[in-house]
Structure formats: C-alpha cells, structure tokens
Design a protein around this ligand. Structure first.
Ligand SMILES: [Zn+2]
Ligand SMILES: [Zn+2]
Length: 164
C-alpha cells in the first residue's frame, strides 16, 4: 500500500518534472515563433509584401498558450503551497478576530433567551423573577424530589433528572 503510494507519487513527480521542463520550452518556442510571425507580418505590411512567416504566429500563439498552461500545471503544487502559506495566516488572523465576536453574539443570544423568563401567558419577565409580573403565576416550581427550583414547563428536573 505504502509502496504503491510512493510509486504513484514518484510517477506523479516525474510527470510534473517533465511538465516543468516541457511547459517553459513550449512557452518560449511558441513566444519566439509568434514574435517572428508578427514581426514578419508587420514588416511585410510596411513593405507591402506578402507575409511569408505569419503562419508562425498562428503556430506560435497556441504553442505558447499550451506551454503556459503546462507550466502552470507543472508548478501547481508550488503555486498552491505558496497561496496556502500566504493565505492561511491571513485567514487565521481574520478568524481569530471574528471568532470572539461570533462567540459573544452567540452567548448574548443564548443568555437573552435563558435569562429572560417567559411566562405561560407570554409575558417576558426579568432575570431572577419568581413570579410573572403580568399574571402573577410562579415562574418556577420546586422539584418534589430534590427541592430545587426548576422552570415551570420542565418535564424533568434539571438538578436530579427525575420526571416531575
Ligand atoms: Zn404570566
Ligand atoms: Zn429534582
């Protein structure tokens, strides 16, 4: 399994190495051909002659483009490593700045729900209230097993876990 992976990796690296060589060569050859073709084209335009080497531009441009793509593919790992190395700290820094903000928002939402006591009648009572300020109903009941205060709508005591 490991050997296979290594072999595959080796092959992969070999291909990549080839691409790294072939890519720039194609790019250079293509660019030279294209430049010769264009120079010939403009020279013949100036002298009203027929461009004889313009086909080289047609040949050179796709070659250069293909070479460019191959080069990019060959150096993909380097490029992505570079991007990763450059981008990750930035992302982490942003994450570190954003995370506490999200946490505090989440906490305040949670606290807001938890600390406000909502009565059966729908009235939202302030933190620490024992009875509803609108209808006077108790906001807590006492667990018959452990005597701790639990929310009126609790089905189970959140102190001893028994069904109320
Ligand atoms: Zn009420
Ligand atoms: Zn209990």
């Amino acid at each position: 399994m490991e050997e296979n992976k290594d072999e595959k990796m080796q092959k992969h690296l070999k291909i990549k190495k080839k691409l790294k060589t072939i890519g720039p060569i194609l790019l250079a050859v293509g660019a030279v051909l294209a430049i010769i073709g264009f120079i010939d084209f403009f020279v013949s335009m100036g002298s009203f002659g027929t461009p004889k080497l313009f086909f080289m531009a047609f040949l050179g441009m796709p070659t250069a483009v293909a070479g460019g793509i191959i080069t990019m593919y060959g150096y993909q790992k380097e490029v992505s490593t570079y991007i990763k190395n450059e981008a990750v700290p930035v992302f982490n820094e942003a994450g570190e700045e954003i995370a506490p903000a999200i946490k505090s928002i989440a906490k305040s939402v949670k606290d807001g729900v938890k600390e406000k006591l909502i009565c059966e009648c729908g009235e939202v009572n302030d933190e620490g209230s024992k009875f509803c300020k609108k209808c006077g109903k108790p906001l807590f009941k006492t667990c018959p097993y452990c005597g701790q205060e639990v929310d009126v709508d609790s089905e189970f005591c959140n102190h001893c876990g028994r069904k109320i």
